[in-house]
Design a protein around this ligand. Structure first.
Ligand code: NAD
Length: 384
């Protein structure tokens, strides 16, 4: 790594138990008078959505509380209609990557709509920014990134399209570990592995830089120290706090570097084979580490130390193998699926999924070159 370049994104990040309460002060400070909330039913059931409604009072002018997984295109259209009708200035995503993705999509579409309907270029820019506020309750990391995916489930085949737009990077992120105390063990486990995967792919990304590497390594340390504790006792606030710091660091590393094969193939599995994002991550990560080891074993070395693995006398490729085995064990201990067949992926669909993976531009950013779809098909067969 002799040269590097990265874009830092202007965000206010607040971390701490109970920090959800800071939302009203922040809304006042930023001048947001008309906010929309995107969330899902579990936040309603947990009472967190109601707490937010009470904190914001009359500033909250619209609520979409049935956000579906993977940001569905039809629902983005509904969110846009509601946001435009209520003239919202900022959109809150409360929950996992799906509501945060929906908040980004709604903000982006509304900004586009304003831009199209504003004749004067001088004022167009004023109207082209709708702020996003992210309040994450899983470890997926979307709160730190300028990216969202939209799923077109009714196309044949269904597909997920990624949109990159720095303007939709959440302006304010509230990390309140208390909001994660009710995250069920399976979601804790699977989104935790998603965060771990961000760190691993950041380590060997060809656009890595000193800050992304530092964040990724510290993220791996926190995650491997806290994830199983959170899985075994969801109410352990100390472990939840450490895990959320790990997820923040993972999101920080994810936000400024290109991901590779793992990230790209998980998107294909989610968008086309309907595999929940965290499950796709849990199944694929050990296989991708092995696949990439021959090209990036050197970059993966510090991951093993961050996981406190004993590596004395081992060659880098053997250390990468040990790292893959450790990930496999964590996934196993948390009783997550370890095979694609367990999540209803059909063997006969693997060639097609491999073909889609080969066309995926994130896959093409992998440090070990992907020169044909057969390489991906072989990888998927190992994971099947
Ligand atoms: P999700 O948002 O789909 O949520 C999964 C489930 O967890 C839901 O049923 C939800 O109700 C439940 N849940 C969430 N928080 C809870 C809590 N505190 N208590 C109880 N239940 C809770 O899942 P996810 O894995 O967080 O996000 C996945 C989506 O995010 C995918 O579409 C993925 O592509 C996207 N993503 C995007 C980025 C990005 O940078 N844009 C990063 C990571 C993931």
């Amino acid at each position: 790594m002799d040269e590097f370049r990265y874009v830092s994104l202007a965000q206010e990040v607040v971390f701490g138990p109970g920090c959800l309460d800071r939302i009203s002060e922040a809304a006042e400070r930023y001048g947001w008078q008309r906010l929309m909330l995107c969330t899902n039913r579990s936040m309603r059931a947990d009472g967190i959505a109601a707490r937010l409604e009470s904190l914001l009072g009359g500033r909250l002018v619209a609520v979409l509380d049935g956000v579906q997984p993977h940001v569905q295109a039809e629902q983005v259209a509904q969110a846009l209609t509601l946001a435009a009708k209520k003239k919202v200035q900022a959109v809150i995503g409360l929950g996992g990557g799906s509501p945060i993705g929906m908040a980004k999509a709604a903000a982006s579409e509304l900004a586009q709509k304003h831009k199209k309907s504003t004749p004067s270029p001088a004022t167009a820019d004023n109207h082209s920014h709708i702020a996003v506020i992210a309040i994450p309750t899983t470890y997926a990391g979307s709160e730190m990134t300028p990216v969202y995916g939209v799923t077109y489930a009714h196309e044949s085949p269904p597909r997920k399209v990624t949109v990159h737009n720095p303007k939709i990077t959440p302006r304010l992120v509230l990390y309140d570990p208390e909001l994660t105390l009710d995250l069920p063990p399976e979601m804790t486990a699977s989104t935790g592995i998603n965060a771990l995967a961000h760190c691993i792919e950041a380590l060997y990304s060809f656009t890595r830089h000193p800050l992304s590497t530092a964040a990724a390594l510290s993220g791996i340390q926190h995650i491997t120290h806290a994830l199983l504790r959170c899985y075994n006792d969801g109410k352990d606030l100390e472990a939840r706090s450490e895990m959320l710091i790990g997820a923040h660091l993972a999101g920080q590393s994810l936000s400024s570097v290109s991901m590779g094969l793992h990230h790209g193939i998980c998107h294909v599995l989610g968008g086309t084979a309907n595999v929940p994002h965290g499950f796709a991550n849990s199944i694929m990560l050990p296989h991708v580490i092995r696949f990439n080891a021959e090209a990036v074993a050197q970059q993966l070395l510090p991951a093993a130390s961050a996981m406190s693995l004993h590596t004395d006398g081992l060659r880098p490729v053997a250390i990468a193998e040990k790292t893959a085995q450790r990930v496999h064990k964590i996934v196993h201990d948390m009783k997550l699926p370890q095979r694609l067949r367990e999540v209803d992926v059909k063997e006969e669909d693997l060639p097609h999924l491999a073909q889609l993976g080969f066309q995926n531009h994130t896959v093409q950013n992998n440090p070990r070159p992907i020169v044909n779809a057969k390489q991906i098909e072989d990888l998927l067969r190992e994971a099947w």
